[in-house]
Design a protein. Structure first.
Length: 346
């Protein structure tokens, strides 16, 4: 057995401790508009020029830009007069607001909302419940009432979810051949990004987004244009209201918000509404069967603790929930990306 000197503890501990600092550097550069400015300028800019354009101090901006260079989010060219900064390709693609694959909105949601809940992670572990009461002074009994506590917060959350599906929506929808299903309900479909990917991948499909009335209203006003005729809307609370008949139901990042009892309740309603031969597609980040990883999914599960009533699960656990509702012929496909797919048939 090796001694403690054999283990690279200092490097590991420093790396993990710096995780918070790294993410806040990236979030701050996004929030201040650094990457957008450099994209729009079409040429490298100095720290002085960037600070002046963004209303920041030169000293503070220099340090932020240098940290972004260290994180490979920016590149720097040192001339005789000054240092000139430009975006790297990864920043142009994922960190600028105008990019089709922009992750700006989900980063702002993490920076301004998720991090506030995570400050009370120790309390969440002790109590086994979300931390909206401590973070925002809002009742923890209705997680989505807390998430949608203002129009601004709801818009931020919906835009963030849309940005996620812009980079991995097609992966989960192509995990199985869904072309036989033409009448599809996306339960909790929010801003419609996954529905848009679905009708793009399966042109013969019609997708109805089923969500709360205020979510549907924002989706119609901000995210889905009337010209997108293959996408329709249904207002309601699927835990309380009836679920219309369809061939396929998509539950993307829905079951992980709830405990097993709520999941069984919802899946039983879906099974009852589902046409014979139809099915349900679960889109979730799957834990390994021994729960040893992936670490991203383990961290998502911690986030479910501080923000919702749910948790991340293994494929076997989701299969058990589907079977309890009556679904059979269950297939699992790990995509190798952020989210995986589980298909159950009626």
């Amino acid at each position: 057995m090796g001694s403690s000197e054999d283990l690279d503890y200092p490097q590991i501990i420093v790396q993990y401790s710096n995780g918070f600092l790294i993410s806040k550097v990236m979030f701050t550069a996004c929030e201040l508009g650094v990457f957008d400015l450099l994209l729009e300028s079409g040429k490298p800019l100095s720290a002085d020029a960037i600070a002046a354009r963004l209303g920041a101090s030169t000293m503070g901006m220099e340090r932020l830009l240098e940290a972004c260079v260290g994180l490979k989010l920016l590149a720097v060219e040192i001339t005789q007069e000054e240092a000139l900064y430009r975006n790297t390709e990864i920043s142009n693609v994922y960190l600028t607001k105008s990019s089709p694959k922009s992750q700006y909105h989900i980063m702002m949601y993490y920076s301004n909302t998720v991090y506030l809940c995570w400050q009370y992670l120790a309390d969440a572990v002790r109590e086994g419940r979300n931390q909206y009461k401590r973070a925002f002074g809002i009742s923890s009994k209705d997680p989505f009432g807390a998430m949608y506590r203002s129009d601004e917060e709801m818009l931020k959350f919906m835009a963030g979810q849309n940005s996620v599906w812009s980079i991995c929506g097609r992966d989960v929808l192509a995990a199985f051949d869904l072309s036989p299903f033409t009448q599809i309900y996306d339960l909790g479909g929010g801003g419609g990004a996954l529905a848009r990917e679905c009708v793009s991948l399966y042109p013969n499909s019609m997708v109805t987004i089923y969500d709360l009335p205020k979510v549907v209203q924002v989706a119609k006003e901000q995210f889905v244009s009337p010209e997108e005729r293959q996408i329709a809307f249904h207002e309601g609370d699927f835990f309380i209201d009836s679920i219309p008949e369809a061939e396929l139901y998509i539950l993307s990042k829905i079951l992980h918000d709830w405990d097993d009892g709520k999941c069984k309740q919802l899946l039983a309603k879906v099974y009852k509404a589902c046409k014979p031969g139809g099915g349900v597609l679960l889109v979730e980040s799957l834990l390994n069967e021994d729960k040893s990883g992936p670490v991203e999914t383990q961290l998502y599960s911690m986030n479910m603790l501080v923000q919702t009533e749910g948790k991340e699960r293994t494929a076997a656990e989701y299969s058990k929930l589907l079977e309890a509702a009556g679904f059979g012929v269950i297939q699992v496909k790990k995509t190798g990306k952020l989210y995986d797919a589980v298909l159950g048939r009626k």
